[in-house]
Design a protein around this ligand. Structure first.
Ligand code: ADP
Length: 268
């Protein structure tokens, strides 16, 4: 295990050297318990740079807990999360004690099921807030970049609106622009279309599909099976806290066609 320097706060993003040898993000031997109940134990997942991995599976199998453990929103009991070779998170029961790695956590973007936009900020301010707060650049350049991102997700004409004036799909597109504004190394999506009206699901999936094509490293928890198979390099099927399948969409299709028990869940 590589350990981060003692002065973790000072680690610059440049420390994350791109390499085909090491995963962009990985969880090794993760264990997560809520009280007496174990969501998963000894769970490992590695995502390569530029790879798009979808996590599918029945409700309650631990998909959301897994993805939230990758960026510290859930505290692991055991296991280690590496980002481009740097240990950024360790379970509370690990002997490995890491310094608080705030800068590293900013390299992981997250899009939530319920958008989580700041309600009293305009669309433009929502996208600019994190880069300004973390001093990623001056206001004019941050604003210009935010507008580019809003254009990319088709929301530039709504830049002065507030979240409550937007549909769910529009809010989620802003949330995606907001995540991109920090130029994260890895982008996590936690059921990004589950809270949307059916008519706005497509517009959000199209944006995510475009991002997937652009070579971003992405992990997507989703119930949208066709979408997952279309955009992903790899699909992970979780069941009761275990990875029951981990392979390419084609392998999954073949397995389903053969009448594997995965076919009970994956209807294509
Ligand atoms: P999925 O995303 O696959 O639906 P989750 O990760 O949301 O599954 O949940 C996995 C299990 O962990 C479920 O049994 C759920 O009830 C439990 N769980 C999730 N979050 C919490 C929590 N904050 N407290 C207690 N139990 C939780």
């Amino acid at each position: 295990l590589s350990t981060a320097p003692a002065d973790g706060q000072a680690v610059a993003a440049t420390q994350f050297t791109a390499s085909s040898q090491q995963p962009a993000i990985s969880l090794e031997r993760g264990e997560k318990r809520f009280g007496e109940s174990t969501v998963f134990s000894d769970l490992s997942l590695a995502v390569k740079q530029g790879e798009v991995v979808s996590i599918i599976g029945p409700s309650g199998s631990g998909k959301t807990t897994l993805i939230r453990s990758l960026n510290g929103l859930e505290a692991l009991n055991r296991g280690v999360v590496h980002l481009h070779g740097v240990a950024i998170l360790a379970g509370s029961e690990e002997s490995l004690k890491l310094p608080k790695l705030k800068h590293e956590m900013l390299e992981i973007g997250m899009v939530f099921q319920s958008f989580n936009l700041f309600p009293h900020k305009t669309v433009l301010d929502n996208v600019m807030m994190a880069p300004l707060y973390h001093k990623r650049g001056g206001r004019p350049e941050t604003e210009a970049k935010a507008r580019l991102l809003l254009d990319q997700v088709g929301m530039l004409m709504h830049e002065n609106k507030y979240p409550h004036q937007l549909s769910g799909g529009q809010q989620q597109r802003v949330a995606i622009a907001r995540a991109l504004a920090m130029e994260p190394l890895v982008l996590l999506f936690d059921e990004p279309t589950s809270a949307l009206d059916p008519e706005t699901v497509g517009e959000v999936l199209r944006i995510i599909a475009d991002l997937a094509k652009s070579g971003r490293t992405m992990v997507i928890v989703t119930h949208e099976m066709k979408f997952a198979l279309d955009v992903s390099d790899r699909v992970v099927f979780m069941e009761k806290g275990r990875i029951a399948f981990n392979g390419s969409p084609d392998e999954l299709r073949r397995q389903v066609a053969r009448g594997d028990r995965l076919a009970d869940f994956v209807r294509l």
